[in-house]
Design a protein around this ligand. Structure first.
Ligand SMILES: Cc1cc2nc3c(=O)[nH]c(=O)nc-3n(C[C@H](O)[C@H](O)[C@H](O)COP(=O)(O)O)c2cc1C
Length: 490
């Protein structure tokens, strides 16, 4: 046993936005493995669930358990639409992430993260994690607090090097003010930009006790793993080692040069593979991710010294995930017909990181569909802060997927806008929360890992409406599980 109880052999990977929702995570955790909700854009996801009428009442049930009901009332008054908004009405937008953060924005983040974790933890004693991206910095601290108020067991974070998060978890658990450095482009005057967040400022009365969740860094290189252990401002409880065939964003590949010294187009090669022996030497539990969704590969992971595996794609197409069911069915049919095609797109994500895109009709992968869309930036999660000396905060925000004219006016280059897509609006469309503006509706973007072998096997055995239970049944069948119970410090 560890400080967290028995560690899971299988982590259901965090999949944003809203793909690994509370329904999926709850199902996995209830069955004794670890379900992970995506914390990405949860403020918008929960605000939109309320605007869709919260059919079933789950969000309101969770809200009724939030310790400060005045905050809940404000949120319900602002976003809840009894019966749901009409399809042609636009979703009411929330403020885009920016600093200094408005109180209502922080409150919505706290409450939304509470809701998702509360529902994922309902009616069982299993472990629940929440996934964040280091690239999206501004919403992180209030989000962590919300998840901790609901008793989240693990925080998993990748897409960058989250050195300041373990210490932030320590501070929040003591209700102390916490701070993270904000990366600001073109900060020629070396200003110290940070987000300071005092959790106690948001609530009155007695503050509940908070548990410090375990922290797992999602990394793709042993060098980054070592940096986390040496330089993070708190304890790193373990790692998810993600290979570049995994879904969602991938760590950027190393630069490859021709013999004459020119940069070649980006691609993954042997140098992008992590050295597992070096990761093992760090002495922390680790899980392998990216094409590890099979009993054989799980066994192989154990033999390599891992505690288990993190699995994404096969859960993304299970009945419980947030992807619209007609998209799931189309992808599964395409897979069974042997026509599934996943591309690593090195341009589409405004973050500049590679992003896996399923090639599917009526989605952003079709150039014709993408061209029809007019550039707009109204969610702003992937905007990058840049130095703006003439503003009060000295910070501006820009996204290479916003209208080109605006981006260039903010000092961005036109070259950097080429091939970019709006992942914020696209990913929300994939989970049934597409924005509609003047009768034009946002089109989905679907991401998945490259390896569909298990998806095919599972769909053949259990049908195309398989459940998270079927996935776990398949992955663990016939396995004597050597549970690696390594001591975790707290
Ligand atoms: C639809 C989808 C969305 C994903 N989104 C995220 C994310 O938001 N954050 C993250 O750390 N990983 C994300 N991933 C990666 C998964 O958490 C997991 O590590 C990966 O999918 C494992 O590889 P597999 O898909 O081959 O099983 C995503 C994967 C998928 C399929």
């Amino acid at each position: 046993m560890t400080a967290f109880g028995k560690l899971p052999e299988i982590i259901q990977g965090g999949m944003g936005a809203g793909v690994s929702n509370w329904t999926l995570a709850n199902a996995v955790s209830k069955l004794g493995q670890m379900g992970v909700v995506s914390g990405t854009a949860l403020d918008t996801v929960v605000a939109r669930r309320l605007q869709l009428g919260d059919i079933g009442g789950d969000v309101r049930r969770a809200l009724a358990n939030f310790p400060w009901q005045d905050t809940v009332r404000d949120i319900l008054d602002t976003y809840f639409v009894p019966g749901g908004k009409s399809p042609e009405t636009s979703f009411k937008l929330i403020s885009m992430p920016s600093l200094p953060m408005k109180r209502i924005s922080a409150e919505l983040l706290i409450v939304a993260n509470f809701v998702e974790v509360f529902l994922a933890k309902e009616n069982h004693d299993g472990l629940v994690g929440i996934n964040f991206l280091e690239k999206i910095q501004i919403p992180t601290l209030p989000s962590l607090l919300g998840a901790m108020l609901a008793g989240v067991d693990f925080v998993l974070m990748g897409a960058g090097i989250p050195l300041a998060i373990p210490g932030a978890l320590d501070g929040l658990a003591r209700w102390e003010p916490v701070e993270i450095k904000i990366n600001v482009d073109e900060n020629t005057e070396n200003h110290a930009f940070s987000h300071r967040f005092d959790p106690a400022e948001y609530f009155t009365g007695e503050l509940p006790e908070l548990k410090r969740p375990g922290f797992l860094a999602i990394i793709s290189s042993d060098i980054v793993a070592k940096t986390m252990v040496r330089k993070a401002n708190g304890y790193v409880d373990g790692f998810v080692v993600e290979y570049h065939n995994a879904g969602g964003h991938n760590a950027p590949p190393r630069r490859v040069r021709s013999t004459t010294g020119e940069d070649l187009p980006p691609s993954f090669g042997p140098k992008d593979m992590p050295n597992l022996e070096r990761i093992k030497d760090l002495g922390r539990p680790f899980w392998l991710a990216g094409g590890y969704a099979s009993p054989e590969r799980l066994q192989e992971a154990f033999e390599l010294g891992a505690t288990g595996v993190q699995v994404g794609t096969v859960f993304a197409y299970s009945r419980e995930s947030g992807i619209l069911s007609d998209i799931k069915q189309k992808v599964l049919q395409q897979t069974l017909d042997g026509k599934i095609d996943i591309k690593t797109d090195f341009r589409i994500s405004p973050t500049g990181y590679p992003f896996k895109v399923v090639q599917l009709e009526n989605t952003i992968s079709e150039p014709a569909s993408a061209v029809k869309r007019k550039r707009i930036c109204d969610l702003g999660y992937l905007r990058q802060a840049y130095f703006k000396p003439d503003s009060d905060s000295k910070m501006g925000y820009r996204c290479p997927s916003e209208p080109i004219k605006n981006y260039v006016k903010k000092g961005g280059t036109e070259e950097n806008t080429v091939g970019r897509g709006c992942l914020c609006n696209g990913l929300l469309a994939t989970i049934g929360m597409a924005q509609t503006r003047s009768n034009i509706t946002e089109i989905p973007v679907v991401t998945s890992g490259e390896d569909f072998t298990t998806v095919i096997e599972i769909a053949k055995i259990y049908g195309t409406k398989y459940t998270a239970n079927d996935v776990l049944d398949f992955l663990t069948k016939g396995l004597a599980m050597p549970v690696a119970e390594k001591a975790l410090e707290v």
